[in-house]
Design a binder for this molecule. Structure first.
Ligand code: SF4
Ligand code: FES
Length: 251
């Protein structure tokens, strides 16, 4: 049964990339426990607007856990306290009446803050442009069974393809490493027959772009896997490292 709770929010406010940021305190009163976290922010923003205060900027789109747009660090956890859940799918029943909630943006050199909780994640787009595709001739759709895909490979590719590019893995990593994201995007093509012709150029190009964007290296903390709302496994990182070595040696 839903209840109403009162909360204190400490929210990161930052006018633009160059301005210094700070935590501001706001009261969130009478929040329905069935509300989502983003709906709670909508309510707080409506209240701020009535007081002439600029609303809190935050990213969102689908609000269904599928687009990867939302994300914030809630009480130190990327996407908040619910396992395998995006911020938009987190509900206020996870919190208690009287709680104080600290809300901050992703913090990483590769994700510069644009405003408040919004950061620039276009680095991920450039990594995809560096190899996250297959080159195919356009034209008639191929017959469905013309390239058989083994079940274990199909399962691995489907699991890796669940990555929504939210960036929580980077935010959770003490090195701000993007290796979980990049490895998922490499793996979902590199395990499939259709991905084989470009498997070497793909992994070399995407890793080079990842490094150029300023993301750190993996040192096996596994915080990325724990924070990932889609349950992407670190086994993809091990596979990417093997693929990279094979590509670098021309094997
Ligand atoms: S690996 Fe997980 S946490 Fe990282 S971008 Fe993909 S979905 Fe988000
Ligand atoms: S708004 Fe689309 S995943 Fe959260």
């Amino acid at each position: 049964m839903s209840r109403k709770i009162n909360l204190t929010l400490k929210v990161w406010r930052q006018k633009n990339a160059a301005a210094p940021g700070r935590l501001e305190t706001y009261e969130a009163k009478g929040i329905d426990t069935d509300a989502s976290f983003l709906e709670m922010l909508d309510i707080v923003n409506a209240e701020l607007e009535t007081k002439g205060i600029e609303p809190i900027a935050f990213d969102h789109d689908c609000r269904e856990g599928i687009c990867g747009s939302c994300g914030a660090v809630v009480n130190g956890q990327a996407h908040g306290p619910e396992k395998e859940t995006t911020l938009c799918q987190l509900h206020m029943r996870k919190f208690k009446d009287g709680d104080t909630i600290t809300i901050e943006p992703w913090r990483a050199k590769g994700f510069p803050i644009i405003k408040d909780l919004v950061c620039d994640r276009s680095a991920f787009d450039r990594i995809i442009q560096a190899g996250g595709f297959i080159s195919v001739r356009t034209g008639q759709a191929a017959e469905a069974h013309s390239i058989p895909v083994p079940k274990d490979k199909a399962d691995w590719a489907m699991d890796a393809a669940q990555c929504i590019g939210c960036g929580a893995c980077v935010a959770a990593c003490p090195n701000a490493s993007a290796m979980l994201f990049v490895s998922a995007k490499v793996a979902h093509l590199n395990v499939l027959p259709q991905g084989q012709p470009e498997r070497h150029s793909r992994v070399l190009g995407m890793v080079a772009q990842m490094d150029a964007e300023g993301f750190g290296n993996c040192s096996n903390h596994y915080e990325c896997e724990a924070a990932c709302p889609k349950g992407i496994s670190v086994k993809n990182i091990a596979k990417m490292n093997r693929d990279y070595l094979a590509a670098a040696l021309g094997a």
